[in-house]
Write a protein that binds this ligand. Structure first.
Ligand code: AFP
Length: 311
């Protein structure tokens, strides 16, 4: 597949990539705006640490928890963007109208996923879904784009607007520079990332894990969905799962804030995502906080999961 960077001989920044990719102008401006917002969230992460959490700032205001502060930053940036009509986030109880409500897109956000890991200095992330209409709908019908930001040794952004999945690195000059274009997962990987306590796994899930162990898969699990899933995408194969548990048939992760965006990105990269029976992008959410079991990664491992779970 001819790469844009081949044609442009190297340096391709995010705006140029989206323009050359022919992405609709309001959508590429919205993606750019969210990517810029990630810099402010990153600054917030660096500004706060456990010594300050719960302290009052110089104005006597209660220091917001990082995930709530990140949500406020996102809302303030999107409010007057002109491209967003509604917004939903893990930090809010319902969908809210943004600005005059006449923008083109509905944005879902997990503003800071893995925030409980900040004090351990492990990587965390922001997950964004961009939808055509402000309704709870199957991802495959309603999603226009998805992206996530990983706040690690580097700040990276992975996005797709339906024309492949691409990775960018934030450089010292504050530009997002293309690092991997048209990421393609292999059919089969060699790492697995397993959520939930082993004692709570169902027998079928346990048999699936034992199959992977017999195949020699290596365990990679940090407790942060974004870095854990990012590792499978960048290593181009493997499986992340947070399954249905004996005490909780819906698992832990949220369908619209975490799973729809990641499923969109992985399908665009030749992978797939299921709840064990249905494709994640074929599930119509019933509520904004709906949780859902997840098996997401390269096709071999996802298909095998369906086989074991429906045996
Ligand atoms: P926090 O946002 O509370 O840190 O939870 C992170 C998360 O939602 C997701 O990022 C991880 O994949 C998952 O929880 C880890 O859950 P366990 O702590 O049960 O392994």
């Amino acid at each position: 597949m001819a790469s844009i960077s081949d044609a442009t001989q190297g340096f391709v920044d995010l705006r140029r990539h989206m323009w050359i990719s022919g992405i609709e102008v309001d959508l590429r401006r919205l993606i750019w705006q969210i990517a810029v917002t990630a810099k402010y969230i990153s600054a917030k992460i660096h500004e706060s640490n456990r010594k300050f959490a719960g302290m009052k700032n110089i104005y006597g205001e209660e220091q917001l928890a990082l995930d709530r502060a990140s949500d406020e930053i996102l809302q303030s940036q999107l409010r007057y963007s002109g491209f967003v009509n509604a917004y939903a986030s893990e930090e809010l109880a319902s969908i809210i109208t943004i600005g005059k409500g006449d923008g083109k897109y509905f944005v879902t956000a997990d503003p800071l996923d893995g925030s409980s890991l900040v004090d351990t200095n492990l990587a965390i992330g922001t997950i964004i879904g961009i939808h055509r209409t402000p309704v709870l709908e199957e991802g495959r019908k309603n999603m226009a784009a998805a992206l996530y930001i990983t706040y690690g040794p580097l700040i990276t952004m992975v996005y797709s607007a339906g024309k492949g999945t691409h990775e960018f690195v934030l450089n010292r000059e504050g530009e997002y520079v293309l690092s991997q274009e048209h990421i393609r997962l292999k059919d089969k990987g060699s790492i697995y990332s397993l959520g939930g306590l082993r004692k709570d796994w169902t027998d079928r899930h346990l048999r699936y894990v034992e199959f992977l162990e017999a195949e020699g898969y290596k365990l990679r699990y940090s407790g942060g969905f974004v870095p854990d899933i990012n590792q499978i995408l960048i290593k181009k194969g493997g499986i992340f799962t947070y399954p249905a548990l004996k005490g909780s048939a819906t698992g832990k992760l949220r369908l619209i804030f975490e799973l729809q965006p990641m499923a969109f990105l992985f399908e665009q990269a030749g992978g797939s995502a299921t709840d064990g029976e249905r494709d994640i992008l074929a599930i119509k959410p019933q509520s904004i906080d709906q949780r859902c079991p997840i098996y997401i990664g390269s096709r071999f491992e996802v298909d095998k999961a369906k086989e074991f779970l429906n045996s």
